[in-house]
Design a protein around this ligand. Sequence first.
Ligand code: SF4
Length: 316
Amino acid sequence: MRVILAQPRGFCAGVIRAIDIVERALQIFGAPVYVRHEIVHNRHVVERLRAKGARFVEDLSEIPTGAISIFSAHGVATSVEDDARERGLRVLDATCPLVAKVHGQGKRYVAAGRRVILVGHAGHPEVEGTMGQIPGHVLLVQTAADVAALDLHPDTPVAYITQTTLSVDDTRGVIAAIERRFSDVVGPDTNDICYATQNRQSAVRELAKIADVILVVGAKNSSNSNRLREIGLEIGVPSYLIADGSEVRSGWFRESDVVGVTAGASAPEDLVNDVVAALRSTGPIELSMLAGITENVEFRLPAELIRARSATATAS
Ligand code: SF4
């Protein structure tokens, strides 16, 4: 069996930064530190951080006053920031800078007098955070039919923004519908879309050209991992979303198959290795990796954490 790894795959810069923030907070301040929501959508990552002393909560009321509190990479609404302030929590914000950039774009559009339309999935934490960061009523659409149903005059000045885990390809149809429906539309440059989402989706398309089966390593509640699986299926390749090697099923492939393996932006590389080991346990494999983009994006840690680290180093 040939096993081919997509490139790039797995952790993006926003996820690396979010995990780094929790680990450094544990080192600097000691356990426990509190994290609102799963820091990233991956059970293995969450369990490892929990074992080191992170406590995951869904509501700030579960956090004692004065405790170190970390917001997840998905971002939060301003009402959550206000709540944290009122409760006297010491906040470290792990919101991905690319998500924060979307918040900033939305605020600028509102300040310029436009109604903001967000292209995204209802109920996703990033969408809830973005809607709660932008003043006024943000209109959420998922499909061209949602755009048609918007109760707005066609001459209303509008602006669109997008959930970061949707790629240029995902949003193209909905944005085209917005541009047909309204006479005065602005939106961010398509280069602004998350580089990691775009790169992982392009890589899975390349993989689908040569693979008989695609395995996507990622969590069931990870939006970008689900999207990678859907792309494989759209191209006509049987594709499965699996958490780790224990979920590999021998009935999915024959010995002669080419098995493509990729991973969502919140899945660590050791889970990819675990899946490769599970494939190897079924018989000999020939392992290779597609040529692809090498990413070198890095995001800075929050200033509060850098200051706290310097203070600790000085004191010791
Ligand atoms: S997928 Fe993109 S927006 Fe989301 S955390 Fe990673 S870098 Fe940030």
